[in-house]
Design a protein around this ligand. Sequence first.
Ligand code: SF4
Length: 322
Amino acid sequence: TERLLEITGLKVHFKTDDGWVRAVDGVDIGIATGETLCVVGESGCGKTVTAKTILKLIDMPPGKIVAGRIGWRGRDIVPLSPAEMRDIRAKEIGFIFQEPMTSLNPVYTVGEQIAESVRTHEGLSRKAAMDRATEMLRLVNIPSPQRRVHDYPHQFSGGMRQRVMIAMALACNPRLIIADEPTTALDVTIQAQILDLLNDMKEQLGTAVLLITHAMGVVAETAQRVVVMYAGKVVEEAPVGELFANPRHPYTQGLIRSIPRIDRAATEHVRLEAIPGTVPSLLNPPLGCRFAARCRYATEACVAAEPPLREVAPGHKVACIL
Ligand code: SF4
């Protein structure tokens, strides 16, 4: 399979009054055609900055790509101009963010917005573009698409708006969809429906998906491969089955333990086992392993030098000295 996206050694830092915050500090991530990759970690681990950097949607300054390469279908997109990037975003990489209300324009109908993006990028007539918009709404299971296409964003519920966002992201047939916490604001049943929908779309259209989430439950349901990030670094990467069966990094183990057990919770009071402590400051990140302050296995060796990402089984990499 073609390597769609190949990020190597990416470092994205932000200038603040107190110095440079090293939000993303040497990250390698690759996605193949048609693959679903989940990037998981707590807030502040660098996953959203990584996603926005791929789309070049971070403000520069204060943000800066200080090192690394973002290979998109074989070409480094770091040096591209804003206009060239707009073109790639519109035609090749779709994106869905957490709160659709901020990405949808309240003064245009959803049909007009979907049609507009298809028209600019495929040069369709107004009529053909509206037909496509209706078709896209049908595809994402919005009831009565022919009528709903003329509605405004505020006339849709949160879950339906997220479907509209997916329809919009897919309207130009992108090769990759980047979805950043697309279900967090929604209730659990709707979340499950949206994830199913993303899976269906992926299957029907062959689009690769980069899904950013803090929820391991979402990972288990959606991913083929998983990248776990902590404090601006990748700490573990593995195929999803392998990661859940055999998590090697203490942070990953903690994340997996923190999944609420719905089957047990109904009958017993199961305490949600969170990982104690907080993510270290990325202004002056600790020298050795960045997880050391929260790790119950930490030794002196852990704080002395940074553990490199090593392959421990085929396709399974981990950055821990254990
Ligand atoms: Fe824990 Fe040390 Fe492994 Fe870091 S390198 S996760 S501190 S055991």
